[in-house]
Design a protein. Structure first.
Length: 182
């Protein structure tokens, strides 16, 4: 499967924001997980589109998935001493992934896997030696998803992030030699 994928400009991220909102409501209703309710703030997503790379994935002309990447360590990692020592002080060029989301009606159809392969290709193109991400610790299906794709847990951490409150996240990492694409 090959899907059109494009980087979104700040003026286009409202569509992405709506998708994140729908995914958050679905996780809350279906899985009882409310870490994306309320949705990621639109102002923060606008900043991500300016400072990082926000992508949209399309199927038959409709946006079906999104993800955000960047080579700068996310600011909230700096507030976690053990993680900052491990990732923030590392000379390794890394690609950090955030907010991977697939429309609820299309989850389980390989689109998320396709996105992660696309992210690996982008990491190679940007000269990155490793991909790093975190996942909500109570979303067991998501933790399994990343593990099956070869991402290895580097431990978990707790942090408080308004408006989400205290959050547990599991950190994952995958080195370049294990990327599914070359």
């Amino acid at each position: 499967m090959e899907l059109p994928c494009q980087q979104m400009s700040p003026g286009e991220v409202e569509q992405v924001h709506d998708m994140l909102r729908l995914c958050g409501l679905d996780m809350q209703e279906r899985l009882g997980l409310s870490h994306w309710v309320p949705p990621y703030p639109l102002e923060a997503l606008l900043r991500s589109a300016q400072e990082r790379q926000v992508y949209a994935v399309f199927l038959e002309g409709h946006m079906v998935a999104t993800f955000t990447i960047g080579t700068q360590i996310p600011p909230y990692y700096r507030e976690i001493p053990a993680l900052w020592e491990r990732w923030g002080l590392s000379p390794t060029r890394a690609l950090y992934v955030n907010r991977l989301a697939v429309l609820p009606a299309l989850q389980g159809k390989g689109i998320g896997r396709w996105c992660m392969r696309r992210i690996e290709r982008l990491a190679l193109a940007q000269g990155c030696e490793v991909i790093r991400l975190d996942a909500y610790g109570k979303h067991l299906g998501l933790l399994t998803f990343y593990t099956k794709l070869g991402y290895v847990s580097q431990g978990h951490f707790f942090f408080t992030l308004p408006p989400y409150g205290e959050t547990e996240a599991v950190c994952f990492e995958k080195p370049r030699q294990d990327f599914a694409v070359r």
